[in-house]
Design a binder for this molecule. Sequence first.
Ligand SMILES: Nc1ncnc2c1ncn2[C@@H]1O[C@H](COP(=O)(O)OP(=O)(O)O)[C@@H](O)[C@H]1O
Ligand SMILES: [Mg+2]
Length: 231
Amino acid sequence: MDKLNKVDVLKEVTDGIAHKIRNPLGIMSTAVQFCIAHPEKKDKVRNHLENIRKCIKDIENTLKYIGNFCRPLQLNLKPLPVKKLLDNLYFAVEDRCRLQEIRLIEKYRNISYRIMFDQDYLEEAFLNFIINSLEAMPDGGSLTLESDIDSNKKEIIVKFIDTGTGILDRHIDEIFAPFFTTKANQLGLGLCIAQRIINVHKGRIEVNSGMGKGTMVSVYLPMLNPGDKDV
Ligand SMILES: Nc1ncnc2c1ncn2[C@@H]1O[C@H](COP(=O)(O)OP(=O)(O)O)[C@@H](O)[C@H]1O
Ligand SMILES: [Mg+2]
């Protein structure tokens, strides 16, 4: 990354943090002013204090996320079956899908390949894609977990296909940027973290989306050599 690029990224990150912290600080400031001016209005003071507590929690969560985000990734690579990883995720989200009336479709049973990956990190990355899909289908739909092999390129492909809201064309290039979000109470770090995880596995991500049709996130992972390690 050249110097200019670093400054751009730093600006993006600091703007994001400032934005995430400014909101709760504003709410707390108003609440404190009220409590000082009207200590006798006990019910309202209690409400304001409750709001202050929520804001502190918000800021704590933001800082916790940023702390994790800045830590270097220490990969613990093991030769594991991709199917096992997808099974774990399938079981983890099955109940939530049922509650949200989302049909969870598995199309990865035929894949018995093992590749080198860090189970915890890859699970986190995949879960971020899945959660985004579930959040894009508040009124139900379907989520397909699919897997395929490109034996020529020695790659395995994992796809997350939803029938959700889709992504606006003008947002497609921004969705991996830190703190980019179109949601009211989210941080916008999910895809950025997922991309970082896929990058250290020497993989890549493709996103295809159509407004009102849905989104397909494809993750291409090389079959790594056991000696490969990265930061
Ligand atoms: N499957 C999806 N369907 C629709 N929009 C998506 C999907 N995945 C990502 N997005 C868009 O990308 C943005 C960034 O995603 P992400 O980094 O996970 O942040 P967050 O989920 O916290 O908003 C989301 O706010 C949303 O606008
Ligand atoms: Mg997300």
